[in-house]
Design a protein around this ligand. Structure first.
Ligand code: UT7
Length: 320
């Protein structure tokens, strides 16, 4: 018989997957109909290309494609889906995604916290596990941010791409690799106007102010999360920052005194994919060996709201 443990339950990562739409749009292709250039976009943002979903495919389609790669990892009993670009206002797209995945009546809902959505969703999923709502939770971060800017706005169109990432969290113990560390989350609605869209095609962003808040918030949240985990910043093997702009993430790494080779990035090939950014980066880095079992990570994000967050974990050996 299993002995009762004094350790509280933790949420442990047991699978990760991602999906990108096949169509790629390069900076040069963009500059054919926008007053911009490959040189401007690369030097100011680090972006060389982005993936764009076709008009006929929705946010739910991308979510399903990413989730299908991980639903076999554990019997999933809840779905938390983070997005700022659902296919409709009501109902949540999570219920459709859960049905399409054959999850059989599990609780499912959307969560909107801008580009920090995936961290908010991880914290929510960990809460579901702690509250015994579920033994395993599917967490999806998905966005089609390419739909938000006005097509003629050169200040925002080049920044955004479409994508999805999915992760399964299961009940486990805090000492296990893959256990989520303490979660730092925050918001400041007094700056809601810095990134704002009433509907697709109406995005307004005050880029320089966003840049300033993003660097300050991600650096502070990372520092707090690492301290809350009882780690030192020099123990961190990989900084996993939301891919907003390569200059923002390099600035954060410098503030945290983490060398370039400890920073994961993929903004050059995917741009800013919103709530999908962190799981997409983790899935790609796990797949290509930049991320190895035993690496100590700090994940951090920032987005519209304003919202921000950070957490830590030791990367597990994912066989699923
Ligand atoms: O998850 C959070 C989402 N948002 C972000 O992460 C955005 C954060 N901010 C940024 O990444 C940067 O502020 C931007 C990349 C958006 C802009 O870079 P910047 O170095 O702050 O440029 P700027 O806004 O100060 O603009 C400098 C100049 C302006 O021209 P004038 O007014 O000085 O003549 C812009 O009109 O660059 C111009 N510009 C462009 N030129 C060519 C802005 N966008 C472009 C463009 N191509 N795509």
């Amino acid at each position: 018989m299993m002995q009762p443990s004094n350790e509280p339950d933790s949420a442990v990562i047991c699978g990760i997957g991602a999906a990108l739409p096949p169509a790629i749009v390069s900076n040069t292709q963009l500059s054919a109909h926008l007053d911009t250039s490959d040189e401007w976009i690369r030097s100011r943002t680090g972006i060389a290309q982005r993936h764009i979903a076709d008009i006929g495919s929705g946010t739910a389609d991308l979510a399903v494609q990413a989730a299908e790669k991980v639903t076999g990892c554990a019997p999933v009993q809840a779905l938390v889906l983070a997005t700022t670009t659902p296919d409709r206002c009501c109902p949540a797209i999570a219920t459709t995604v859960a049905s399409r995945l054959g999850l059989g009546g599990v609780p499912a809902f959307d969560l909107a916290a801008g580009c920090t959505g995936f961290l908010y969703a991880l914290a929510t999923a960990a809460g579901f596990i702690a509250a015994r709502v579920a033994e395993a939770v599917l967490v999806i971060g998905v966005d089609r941010l390419s739909t938000l800017p006005a097509p003629s706005d050169r200040r925002t169109v080049p920044l955004f791409g479409d994508g999805a990432g999915a992760m399964v969290l299961r009940r486990g113990q805090a000492w296990e690799d893959g256990a989520l560390g303490p979660m730092v989350l925050g918001s400041d609605g007094t700056h809601a106007d810095l990134i704002e869209a009433a509907r697709p095609g109406t995005l307004r962003m005050q880029g320089a102010d966003v840049f300033r808040h993003a660097t300050a918030r991600m650096s502070a949240a990372s520092t707090q999360a690492v301290a809350a985990a009882g780690w030192r910043m020099e123990d961190i093997d990989r900084l996993v920052p939301h891919q907003a702009n390569a200059r923002i993430t390099s600035f954060v790494a410098r503030q945290l005194a983490l060398p370039t080779d400890r920073q994961l990035h993929n903004i050059d090939t995917v741009g800013n994919t919103g709530a999908a950014s962190l799981p997409l980066l983790l899935a790609q880095a796990d797949g290509d060996g930049r991320l190895k079992a035993g690496h100590r990570l700090v994940l951090t994000a920032f987005g519209a709201g304003l919202t921000w967050g950070a957490t830590t974990l030791t990367w597990p050996d994912l066989t699923c």
